[in-house]
Each structure stands twice: as C-alpha cells, then as structure tokens.
Design a protein around this ligand. Structure first.
Ligand code: ADP
Length: 228
C-alpha cells in the first residue's frame, strides 16, 4: 500500500528532513507517526501524497511509483488519498455541504451520486443537520469533522492526517478519534502524525517514531514514548 525504500529528502536550504527511510504500511493499517518538532514527521507524510518529492529513493503508494509520477498525473493519484490538516483548510465562504461536495465535483461525479454520498458522509461524521451552515458557524471540532468528511467522500484507500487534533481540546479530540477509528474499521488505511500522547497510549495502534529524519522505533500497538 505504502512503501518507502532508502528515501532521502534534502530541502533546498540544505536541511535533510528524511535521512534513509525504509518502511512498509499495509492495507487497512492504522499508524501513528510520533516524534519531536522538527523530526521530519510532516515531511515523511507529505511525501506519501506527493506534496513533497523525495530527493532520492523510491516511494510507492497504491501501486504508483511517486518518483516517476508526472506532475500532471498527481491529481489523479490523489483521488485515492484523503488528507486532513491540523487547521482544517476549509473554504469559509461556502457551506459545509459544498466543502464536501467540491471534492466529488472535481472528479465529475453525477449530481445525484454526489448528493447521496455527501449526505451519507456528513451523517457518518454527525453533521448532516448542519450541512447548510458555513464552517465559521461551527466549533473547531465540527470543522475538523467537515474536513474528515471531505477527505473520505471519494472513498480513498488511504487517509493521511497531520496533527488532526492539534487545535482541539481533549474531549473533542476523542470524538475525532472515534471517527478515524470508524473509517479504519471500514477498511481505510490511516497514517496520522500526532503529538497527542493520551490518544496514542489510549487507542493502541502501530507507532512509527521519527527523529532526525530517521525511523527510530516501529512498534505494533506501541506507546507514545516521549514526555510532554
Ligand atoms: P515535523 O513535522 O516533525 O515537525 P518537518 O518535516 O516539518 O518536521 O521538518 C523537518 C525539518 O525540515 C525541520 O528542520 C524543518 O525546519 C525542515 N523543513 C521542513 N519543511 C521545509 C521546507 N519546505 N524547506 C526547508 N526546510 C524545511
């Protein structure tokens, strides 16, 4: 599903953010990526959806070799990947419904299929009754639910989340995790970078620890392993 072989990433400023990464993440896994700030977690996961390119090494996602993928092929590749950000990245001038629907409209689905699937997905995240509201009228946790709905509306094989609970209070974060758990139970692979120690220790999954651009620990049902 996701495979990295001898992956190095050197940014133009000379910083090496991935320093020889080898990893395999299988279909249906739930993986936490942990490590101190600046360790290379974001770079690691950005390379999975071709937001960043590896400098050397091979990355394969859903059978596609990202090293040789042309820029114009990236949008098609991304149809099978959902991405969730710490700061939601919603369009604040359009409704909750449209934020989710746009993700389907760009791939030219039929309007009737879009309506059915958007409402079904908003229902899954508990926000069907707020479909006509603007994101700015929602709480942070609700906005993150919208962004999760957007990430899964096209039924991607993989959802990649970068600190999805970073801006949320503990109780809201548990609610968000329940949704990720549900998505994973339905068969979607989840890769989540997080600093949330309580969640990593409370809902056990594989833990990949990254430090100085290297994987320093890779444990099934692992612990967070850092203080603070
Ligand atoms: P983390 O997500 O663990 O905080 P990052 O992957 O964001 O780590 O960063 C790893 C290192 O790469 C840091 O030293 C950071 O400053 C550097 N870095 C990240 N993005 C860029 C970029 N676009 N250009 C230059 N350096 C970057």
């Amino acid at each position: 599903m996701i495979e990295m072989k001898d992956v190095y990433k050197k940014y133009p400023n000379g910083v090496t953010a991935a320093n020889g990464i080898n990893v395999h993440i299988g279909a249906g896994e739930f993986v936490y990526v942990v490590g101190p700030s600046g360790a290379g977690k974001s770079t690691f996961i950005k390379m999975m959806y071709r937001e960043e390119r590896a400098t050397t090494g091979t990355i394969t996602v859903n059978g596609i070799n990202l090293s040789t993928l042309k820029n114009r092929q990236v949008p098609i590749f991304r149809r099978n990947i959902g991405v969730v950000f710490q700061d939601f990245k919603l369009l604040n001038s359009v409704s909750v419904y449209d934020n989710v629907a746009f993700a389907m409209e760009v791939i030219e689905e039929q309007p009737s299929a879009i309506r059915k699937r958007v409402l079904e997905t908003l229902d899954l995240v508990g926000l069907k009754h707020k479909a006509r509201m603007l994101p700015t009228e929602l709480s942070g946790g609700e906005q993150q639910r919208v962004s999760i709905a957007r990430s899964i509306v096209n039924s991607p094989k993989v959802v990649i989340a970068d600190e999805p609970t970073g801006n949320l209070d503990p109780e809201t974060s548990w609610g968000i995790m329940k949704i990720f758990e549900e998505i994973n139970l339905r068969g979607t692979t989840i890769v989540m970078a997080t600093h949330n120690k309580d969640i990593v220790n409370g809902i056990k999954h594989r833990v990949i620890a990254v430090e100085s651009g290297k994987i320093t620990r890779d444990q099934q049902k692992g612990e967070y392993g850092y203080e603070g």
